[in-house]
Design a protein around this ligand. Structure first.
Ligand SMILES: NC(=O)c1ccc[n+]([C@@H]2O[C@H](COP(=O)([O-])OP(=O)(O)OC[C@H]3O[C@@H](n4cnc5c(N)ncnc54)[C@H](OP(=O)(O)O)[C@@H]3O)[C@@H](O)[C@H]2O)c1
Length: 241
């Protein structure tokens, strides 16, 4: 039976992907700070779901991950969905720094721990949600877009390192456009807004088919391809919100 750890499983995309993996017969270890939401997942299949409180910004987060892996009995797949983000036009300092701590430091801590585990346990698959926001610096969300670029580059670097070290670790960098999850708040009004369930299904499909990088959906694939071609002198004048 395949074993997956889902970090950031208490809401939004992580929660939805955890439900889909359960439907596909996986055994799961689910983690986040809000354990009550994790317990609801466990109730769906108590014999196949283990829960663990993990705050990825905390020093003891990797020990908690080890504990969860032990409870599940291994880790073939890490699905990493933990993250925070919002628009910050006032450049409020606490939010900028918390975003770097969660999406930068927390991400590095947890992805690194999973990589080291897989390196010494015969391999595995690391799938993480970065974002289309990492494609270019977005003025409305500076720390968010910068940390998402960091995540994408980090995954690319680890994938190259895994090849160099002949480790059997696969990677999938999932980059959705705007998705109507709690991260965007109530009543989100964003262009080309995507449904959580639909995005989660596309994510699981991308993992199962071994995609290395997958932008969701096709409209965002075209948009980000165009963004990349916009010269810097024009990009700095655009109002993208
Ligand atoms: N929604 C979008 O438009 C969108 C677009 C592109 C990418 N993404 C990315 O998708 C990922 C999932 O976000 P979502 O949209 O599904 O939002 P969400 O519903 O707010 O889910 C975020 C998840 O991250 C967990 N989390 C946050 N801080 C954490 C911490 N310090 N330690 C452990 N877990 C933490 C939350 O759990 P607790 O609060 O219980 O800890 C929650 O389970 C994020 O990386 C986000 O940047 C979202």
């Amino acid at each position: 039976m395949k074993k997956a750890i889902v970090i950031g499983a208490s809401s939004g995309l992580g929660n939805e992907v955890a439900r889909l993996l359960l439907e596909q017969g996986w055994t799961l270890g689910v983690a986040a700070r809000r354990v009550e939401a994790l317990e609801l997942l466990r109730e769906l299949a108590p014999e196949r779901v283990q829960t663990q409180a993990i705050d990825v910004t905390s020093d003891d987060a990797t020990a908690a991950l080890d504990e969860l892996i032990a409870k599940v009995g291994g880790m073939d797949l890490l699905f990493y969905a933990a993250g925070i983000g919002k628009q910050n036009m006032e450049l409020e300092s606490d939010f900028e720094l918390n975003t770097v701590t969660t999406n930068g430091l927390g991400f590095t801590r947890m992805i690194g721990a999973a990589y080291r585990y897989m390196a010494t346990h015969g391999g595995g698959h690391i799938a993480a949600i970065s974002s289309i926001a990492g494609t270019k610096g977005l003025g409305a969300a500076p720390s968010y877009s910068a940390t998402k670029a960091f995540q994408a580059t980090y995954l690319q670097a680890l994938e190259q390192q895994a090849y160099m070290r002949k480790l059997n670790i696969r990677f999938t960098d999932l980059r959705p456009g705007f998705v109507a999850t709690p991260l965007l708040g109530d009543n989100p009004k964003y262009p080309m807004l995507l449904e959580t369930k639909k995005v989660a299904r596309e994510m699981v499909k991308a993992i199962n088919s071994g995609k290395h990088v997958w932008v969701i959906d096709w409209r965002w694939r075209i948009t980000t391809a165009l963004w990349r071609r916009i010269p810097k002198c024009i990009w700095r004048r655009l109002k993208i919100k």
